[in-house]
Design a protein around this ligand. Structure first.
Ligand code: F6P
Length: 360
């Protein structure tokens, strides 16, 4: 009997269930009745606390199009994984190993983002058999061209910008749409280009507010009554980006606005006199059904993860490289961030049609 545990960890996104389904179908197809799949509840929390259940084949039916995760998820910061809890004296790593052994697992499949992959690599180094799949709307996992959830989030954020366009034109306003993405600008860049934003601000390209204001003023001079800015939640001013790490963190933490977008809006309104509004779609970007592309790639990721297990190839993430699914060693993925390259062809073509990134 083959025994496989599965958990989803960190922020949810579209495509988690379709990835789970792809994996389960791949395993049942190969092993028939000779496989047991254990669903671990709420990510690493369930593995630490021993909360899991034996899944039935029917648990994986009808979930292809459903958003969120049927297993639940939670954030268990990597930096606390080895910290023994004062009150409970729980050794989280020892507990996870204990429950892995209690389930008699041959492999643990982990679906998650950057933090999740650090913990997955740690468990792999602790001797557990681990296979992972790259999940996050941020698209910032190293070793894969694309993560699942990203494209669905781009669709949603683009739709937000589309809707904002009509109200922005009616009122002749400046609008900022703030996109998620944590420390990476992928989501803002793709949605900004797809939605026809005039300005795109991403963490990888620190901006000068005077350049942003000049762009809005130039549009007004050209007779354009409105402007749309796609701003990443991690967008950063050039002078703040230049600060030493500690000072930079302090400056970001002490921002006098709910987020960077509100500061930019205030500065634009002051300088141009044009009404400026902020829209923050927030977790909306992670919600709802996966789009066709995410269903497509998660089905492939799931099937590839099942294949790794069948082949006994552990310690890998299923990555997508040039359209092919390839095994990427967990130790190479863990601890790295895939940022938007500043010389990215996407940025070059966006600049060539006049989109401002606030850097010039
Ligand atoms: O990593 C996904 C993400 O949605 C980021 O884009 C965002 O910064 C963060 O998670 C929000 O986290 P939470 O769901 O804990 O508020």
């Amino acid at each position: 009997m083959k025994r496989v545990g599965i958990l989803t960890s960190g922020g949810d996104c579209q495509g988690l269930n379709s990835a789970i389904r792809g994996l389960a179908k791949g395993l049942y197809e190969h092993y028939g009745n000779n496989v047991e799949i254990y669903g671990i509840i709420d990510g690493y929390r369930g593995l630490i606390e021993g909360e899991y259940r034996l899944m039935k084949p029917e648990d994986f039916s009808g979930i292809l199009t459903i958003g969120g995760t049927i297993l639940g998820t939670s954030r268990q910061p990597f930096k606390l994984m080895r910290v023994i809890d004062d009150e409970t004296s729980v050794d989280k790593v020892a507990e996870m190993k204990k429950h892995y052994n209690a389930m008699k697992l041959d492999c643990l499949v982990v679906l998650g983002g950057n933090g999740t992959h650090k913990s997955a690599n740690m468990l792999s180094e602790e001797g557990l058999n681990v296979v992972s799949m790259p999940k996050t709307i941020d698209n910032d996992i190293w070793g894969t061209d694309v993560t699942f959830g990203f494209q669905s989030a781009v669709d949603i954020a683009t739709n937000v910008i589309d809707c904002i366009h009509t109200t922005a034109t009616s009122h002749g306003r400046v609008f900022i749409v703030e996109c998620m993405g944590h420390k990476a600008g992928w989501l803002t860049l793709y949605a900004g280009v797809a939605g026809g934003a005039d300005v795109i601000l991403i963490p990888e390209i620190p901006y000068k507010i005077k350049n942003v204001i000049n762009c809005v003023k130039k549009r007004t001079k050209e007779g354009k009554t409105f402007s749309i800015l796609a701003v990443a939640e991690g967008a950063i001013e050039e002078e703040v980006a230049k600060l030493p790490k500690k000072k930079r963190k302090e400056a970001i933490a002490n921002l006098m606005y709910p987020s960077i977008s509100y500061k930019i809006a205030h500065e634009i309104e002051e300088a141009t006199g044009q009404e400026t509004r902020v829209t923050v779609p927030g977790h909306f970007q992670r919600g709802g059904s996966p789009d066709a592309y995410d269903r497509f790639i998660t089905t492939r990721f799931g099937a590839a993860a099942a294949r790794l297990i069948i082949d006994g190839k552990y310690g890998y993430m299923t990555g997508m490289v040039n359209g092919e699914i390839v095994p990427v060693p967990l130790k190479e993925v863990a601890g790295k961030l895939k940022e938007v390259p500043v010389d990215s062809p996407v940025i070059k073509s966006a600049k060539s049609i006049g989109i401002s990134f606030g850097d010039e």
